[in-house]
Design a protein around this ligand. Structure first.
Ligand code: S3P
Length: 190
């Protein structure tokens, strides 16, 4: 069981799906992946509220336990951060009835996918480069991977490197629409 979920305590996905009029499903949790700035945290929180599920955000879990992400990168390197993510993935395998918002590379780590793909429904939130840039530049200081001189070039590079990884999951567009509409889209697919 993960610690201190962000959302209300609630029933599992079955009742939640029924509440929205969708057919009941047999997965344990809904996992949101996608690049930085695609809205995983905001959409996850709203989706959990709408479905009456609990919400957990892997970056927030990590920060509660280990401090700010930029400091983890500084002190333990990116490898240290990825190790922490892997430990979190193992913990999450016992959770049921959660919407799980993950960090941008969390579900691209084969160990985390192996731990979490089975029994869970995964959606990948996607956005165009310009939209991602608008969104990430607001909170750039909290994203150590974008700390260099040319964040746009870095985002393009990472998007290219990760394209195949993200493509393995069902994608949900987030451009030109509010989080509530993304949530409705996801619910309509359950
Ligand atoms: C990362 C994304 C971040 C955070 C960390 C690394 C990545 O999460 O996990 O800075 O490698 O894409 P968000 O996608 O929530 O910004």
């Amino acid at each position: 069981m993960s610690d201190a979920p962000d959302g209300p305590t609630g029933p599992g996905p079955d009742r939640a799906a029924n509440r929205e009029g969708a057919p009941s499903s047999s997965y344990n949790n809904i996992i949101l992946t996608g690049f930085m700035g695609t809205g995983k945290s905001t959409v996850g929180r709203l989706l959990a509220q709408r479905l009456d599920l609990q919400h957990v955000d892997t970056d927030k879990m990590i920060e509660r336990r280990h401090g700010p992400i930029p400091r983890i990168f500084e002190e333990q390197g990116e490898d240290g951060f990825r190790e922490i993510e892997r430990a979190i993935a193992v913990e999450l395998t016992t959770d049921v009835g959660f919407v799980i918002s993950t960090g941008g590379r969390f579900m691209l780590d084969p160990a985390n996918v192996a731990a979490l793909h089975e029994g869970n429904r995964v959606f990948c939130l996607v956005a165009e480069l310009d939209v991602i840039m608008d969104r990430v530049m607001n909170r750039r200081s909290s994203r150590p991977l974008l700390a260099g001189k040319d964040p746009r070039a870095r985002v393009e590079e990472l998007l290219q490197q990760r394209a195949d990884g993200y493509a393995q999951f069902e994608s949900v567009p987030t451009d030109q629409r509010p989080p509530s509409s993304v949530v409705s889209d996801i619910i309509s697919r359950l």
